[in-house]
Design a protein around this ligand. Structure first.
Ligand code: UDP
Ligand code: MG
Length: 314
């Protein structure tokens, strides 16, 4: 019998967990020819999430959990889940039912046909989401697809089911600063995309503030493209050239017409502009430098407090 491991990151999700669990019971009935194993990753929740997960594990052998010592973020939770998933197929899913559980049945059947290594999902709309969030999200996908070799499908979700060999490939990428959507594309393999309309969270609140999302998109850009570094040198060169031409112009003007004392406002403007651009370039370089710094420190991506196997710290 084939085993499907589904990784479910949870951060303060006590409200929605029982609803999710019941919905998954239905899916399990539909895919009776395979065993669906749920691997919940408690990402340092402060509410009753861990207690609920322990209860699920007690009554259900196919319900495992890992619990982090603090909040390490969804990316770390996905990685931890992947490391622990032993199934023939490995899936990722949010707990808030924004990823329709019944789609798993279709995903499973597509993978069983053997033509694809991954079935991904993408939202065709963002109904119910703040307009400003959708706008920035669209801009992000357009920008990253322009400057990076890795193409990310617009509206792509983390919700997907993949074969063992693709999951192993993803696991080989052990970088600390992770951007899974990019990693899934980077490893290659044939992916079939299923589309669906956005659904709102059944309970609880989103754990992603605007700021957190902004930081995550910057991470996406710097993890998968070095073009911003070229951009920095490009802008730098351009402005060096302009400054040089300006210098020549001022020299010639002073020699021909004498020293014009007024003109300091333009000077101040130029200094401000150029120093602003220098700071921008330094900032871009700093971003990449900080990434290198974090990778060389080689800290673990997450630390376990406990898990359903009874191991304490990894
Ligand atoms: N999540 C997590 N750690 C975090 C933030 C979120 O494990 O630091 C989980 C969360 O419990 C949920 C999934 O990631 O299962 C998606 O989060 P959410 O629904 O809040 O994001 P949104 O759908 O609003 O993008
Ligand atoms: Mg959600």
């Amino acid at each position: 019998m084939k085993v499907i491991s589904i990784i479910v990151p949870c951060f303060n999700e006590e409200e929605v967990l029982p609803i999710y669990y019941n919905a998954m019971l239905e899916v399990r009935k539909e895919i009776s020819e395979a065993t669906i194993e749920l691997i919940f990753v408690d990402d340092g929740s402060k509410d009753g999430t861990l207690e609920l997960l322990k209860q699920f594990h007690e009554k259900d052998d196919n319900c495992q959990f890992l619990s982090f010592s603090r909040n390490f973020g969804k990316e770390a939770a996905i990685y931890a889940g992947l490391q622990h998933a032993k199934g023939d197929y490995v899936g990722l899913m949010d707990v808030d039912l924004q990823d329709p559980p019944e789609m798993l049945i279709q995903m499973y059947h597509i993978l069983e046909e053997g033509e694809y290594d991954c079935v991904g999902t993408r939202r065709t709309d963002r109904k119910g989401e703040p307009i400003i969030r959708s706008f920035f999200s669209d801009c992000f996908y357009k920008f990253i697809n322009k400057i990076s070799d890795v193409k990310i499908v617009s509206g792509a979700r983390d919700y997907r089911l993949m074969t063992r060999r693709m999951a192993d490939a993803v696991l080989q990428i052990s970088e600390k600063e992770r951007f899974s959507k990019g990693i899934f594309e980077w490893v290659g393999f044939e992916t079939k995309w299923l589309e669906y309309h956005n659904t709102e969270r059944v309970a609880g609140e989103t754990k992603w503030s605007f700021n957190k999302l902004l930081m995550y998109s910057l991470q996406g850009i710097t993890c998968f493209s070095v073009s911003p570094l070229y951009l920095a040198s490009g802008i730098g060169t351009l402005f060096c050239g302009i400054s040089f031409l300006f210098l020549v112009f001022i020299l010639v003007r002073t020699m021909v017409w004498g020293d014009a004392t007024p003109g300091w406002p333009s000077l101040v403007c130029i200094i401000l502009l150029i120093s602003g651009i220098q700071l921008l370039c330094l900032g871009i370089i700093g971003q990449y430098l900080s990434k290198t710094y974090l990778e060389t420190k080689d800290r673990p991506l997450y630390l376990l407090k406990e898990d359903s196997q009874g191991e304490s710290v990894r």
